[in-house]
Write a new protein. Structure first.
Length: 276
């Protein structure tokens, strides 16, 4: 199963990840790019769906509910996130050229259609030293959903994210969550390194990701490093066994590196190394 997904830049549908194509149970994900005046439609069917604008101005309808949504770009500001329950139809009309993500997971229909504002979202600076980054909780408990969990993360060039490495695949009692990392970079020709690995099995893969790529986290720990001069944004969609308030359950940290949470500035090589 391919875990590094490249975009189809010749199509409005930049990528379309389904449980069948990913080889997992819950999570679906699309990245779209449509031009001014064009339209997009998707029925939620048996899924709850979260719609995240990346850039541009658009009108979005969920049955009779109508919303005007705009975002300068993903590096400039936090998004409005539109949540839609099962058995709805989402219609998008592009006012300008727009890009957006839309993903879902099976749900019963416990929560109504709702547009979450940036003011409702927790935004935190996490980590320290060479692992300092910003994490935006754009659809995470206490924001309500049945299975979906969404984050946006900003990683400065030369820094790490997902450090210490963590997992959520059932290992050591961690929750089972499937995850998509959808990457954008500035500048466009930058890159980041994404690693998925396990400690209890022979599983270790590493990818050089570029702007517009996605990586599937089907198992294992999964740190990310931004190349110097490459500022990294990634959008995380997660879904799995956690329901409702339990979506706030933390992952399991790799114990070999968990110590750094209390000592971010330790074990840093001091330069220069001088001649004797």
């Amino acid at each position: 199963m391919e875990h590094h997904i490249k975009p189809n830049r010749d199509s409005k549908t930049l990528m379309d990840i389904t449980p069948q194509s990913a080889g997992w149970k819950y999570l679906s994900f699309k990245a779209m790019a449509i031009k001014a005046g064009e339209r997009f439609q998707q029925a939620t069917e048996g899924e709850e769906v979260a719609f995240v604008p990346l850039k541009g101005e658009m009108r979005v309808e969920v049955d009779k509910d109508r919303f005007e949504i705009a975002r300068k770009n993903f590096f400039a500001e936090l998004p409005h996130v539109l949540y839609a329950p099962p058995r709805k139809t989402i219609n998008v009309e592009a006012i300008t050229n727009v890009e957006f993500a839309i993903g879902g997971a099976p749900a019963e229909g416990k929560y109504p259609t709702r547009l979450f504002a940036p003011s409702e979202m927790k935004a935190e600076i996490r980590g320290g030293g060479a692992a300092r980054r910003q994490v935006n909780h754009i659809l995470q408990h206490p924001l309500p959903a049945e299975r979906l969990i969404l984050f946006e993360v900003y990683v400065p060039g030369g820094a790490w994210s997902g450090w210490p490495p963590h997992c959520h695949d059932g290992y050591m009692g961690s929750p089972y969550l499937e995850e998509v990392y959808y990457y954008r970079l500035e500048p466009q020709n930058g890159f980041a390194i994404h690693r998925n690995y396990r400690k209890d099995k022979n599983f270790d893969e590493m990818f050089a990701v570029q702007s517009g790529d996605a990586v599937l986290v089907t198992q294992g720990f999964h740190p990310v490093a931004a190349a110097p001069g490459s500022n990294v944004y990634f959008l995380n969609y997660l879904a799995g066994d956690l329901l409702n308030e339990a979506r706030g359950t933390p992952p399991y940290d790799d114990p070999d590196y968990a110590w750094i949470k209390d000592r971010w500035e330790e074990n840093v090589l001091k330069l220069p190394i001088r001649k004797p």
